[in-house]
Write a protein that binds this ligand. Structure first.
Ligand code: NAD
Ligand code: ZN
Length: 395
């Protein structure tokens, strides 16, 4: 027998830039990313825009054209007029986006030295990013996340996906972007639901990685509820730092192992999104999922009731509903349908159930078994908690 042993490494580097008004004529950030080395052929860029972003900024395509004209001397050019993509979860609801992006790239002769620039919420970033990762086995992608959740979490990582067969993110790839540009101007245009949605991911990451941030969120919550942009920018920045720190420094960016701390609260959240046919936004489902898991962590003796109350108070304070009637749905054996999320998680991770849990607020230690009776107690508390806190929750 002959065995040829192989080992090689690939070095990934990308920056997250925080700016305001990325397509203002004098804003150089995107040009710095796109500009080819002196003497190389011009870099071509295709742009995809979330339809709700276009609705909020109807002049954006014209602005983009003008911006490329200003910067074309740096060797960058727009390959075609920006394309518009349906926003929200429907963007990742089928393979249609792959065919569409693939066809455009084919017809325009987009090569692997070209760029796809994606401007949108997490769903559009996931869907177009997935398509970009498949064309020629990977076109360079630059993400301009436009929601709180996308700027603080979804737009930052190395994953993309579409939903399939009734399961979230069933088809996807690990593909690091070339750069991420967080433009606060986009945040202002969000409706209240998207504005707050990313705060759920901030509470999630604070619970398992940064207790001080959890306490800071307590003071920021009323300002966020009042739509204070500076407060939201602070939440986005710290959330982004904590997510990126995990992805780049925890030693498992492509999730080869089964530990996924950034999925705290997500076993139920992903199921709730599907069970509600996406009536709940991802962030809204995560708020409920994090609330369930914080109370479950109390049942396990991992955190105190007061620590769980911090998280629930922040979530309710910014306007999340922490109970949804879909949690009452049960199968013929009387088991809540949401628990099917545990099986899907187990399968997704490769057979062994591994769930992130706090171990003291701001520290994380996985669990590999799940006690449904304890979760039932947590759910009973959450249901009552919602009733008690309802008057304080803004509409
Ligand atoms: N790849 C990852 O690592 C990762 C991580 C977390 C979440 N996600 C995914 O991200 C998605 C959720 O992302 P999201 O919370 O951004 O929601 P979303 O993309 O569904 O956007 C919510 C709504 O806001 C609209 N919108 C986007 N930007 C806007 C703006 N600036 N102004 C007005 N409206 C705007 C969208 O069209 C949509 O209708 C989920 O599919 C989730 O699974 C991916
Ligand atoms: Zn999430």
């Amino acid at each position: 027998m002959t065995t040829i042993h192989l080992a090689f490494q690939v070095d990934y580097r990308f920056d997250v830039h925080v700016t305001r008004d990325v397509f203002a004529p004098d804003n150089q950030i995107l040009a710095d990313v796109l500009a080819p080395p002196a003497g190389d052929r011009p870099a071509r860029a295709l742009i995809y825009i979330d339809e709700k972003v276009l609705a909020a900024f109807p002049h954006l395509p014209r602005q983009i054209h003008a911006w490329f004209t200003v910067h074309e001397a740096r060797g960058i050019c727009l390959a075609a007029a920006p394309e518009i993509v349906a926003g929200g979860e429907s963007a990742k609801g089928s393979f249609a986006i792959v065919e569409r992006v693939g066809r455009t790239c084919h017809d325009l002769g987009i090569c692997r030295h070209s760029y796809i620039v994606i401007i949108g919420g997490g769903a559009v970033l996931d869907a177009v990013g997935f398509a970009a990762s498949l064309v020629h086995r990977g076109i360079r992608q630059i993400r301009l996340p436009t929601t709180t959740l996308a700027q603080g979490d979804a737009g930052l990582g190395v994953k993309n996906a579409i939903n399939a067969f009734g399961a979230k993110n069933f088809l996807g790839t690990f593909t690091p972007p070339r750069a991420i540009i967080n433009d606060s101007r986009f945040l202002e245009a969000q409706d209240d639901r998207s504005w707050r949605a990313g705060v759920a991911e901030a509470v999630k990451v604070a619970a398992i990685k940064d207790a001080a941030f959890m306490h800071e969120l307590v003071t920021l919550a009323p300002r966020i509820a009042a739509r204070d942009l500076a407060a939201l920018e602070r939440v986005v920045l710290r959330s982004a730092e904590l997510h990126l720190d995990h992805i780049t420094r925890a030693g498992d960016p492509f999730e080869q192992g089964s530990s996924r701390p950034l999925d705290f609260g997500h076993w139920s959240a992903h199921r709730l999104e599907v069970l509600t046919a996406h009536r709940l936004l991802h962030g809204e489902a995560v708020a409920i999922g994090v609330a369930i898991d914080l109370l479950y962590a109390v049942e396990l003796g991992r955190i105190t009731t007061a620590e769980a109350e911090l998280g629930l108070g922040i979530l309710a304070g910014v306007g999340f509903r922490l109970w949804d009637e879909i949690l009452e749905l049960r199968d013929a054996q009387g088991r809540r349908l949401v628990y099917a999320g545990l099986e899907q998680f187990r399968e997704h991770l490769g057979g062994e159930l591994t769930l992130a849990m706090p171990d003291g607020l701001g520290t994380q230690r996985d669990i590999t078994t799940f006690d449904e009776a304890a979760c039932e107690r947590a759910l009973a508390i959450l249901k009552r908690w919602k009733v008690r806190s309802a008057p304080a929750v803004p509409a």
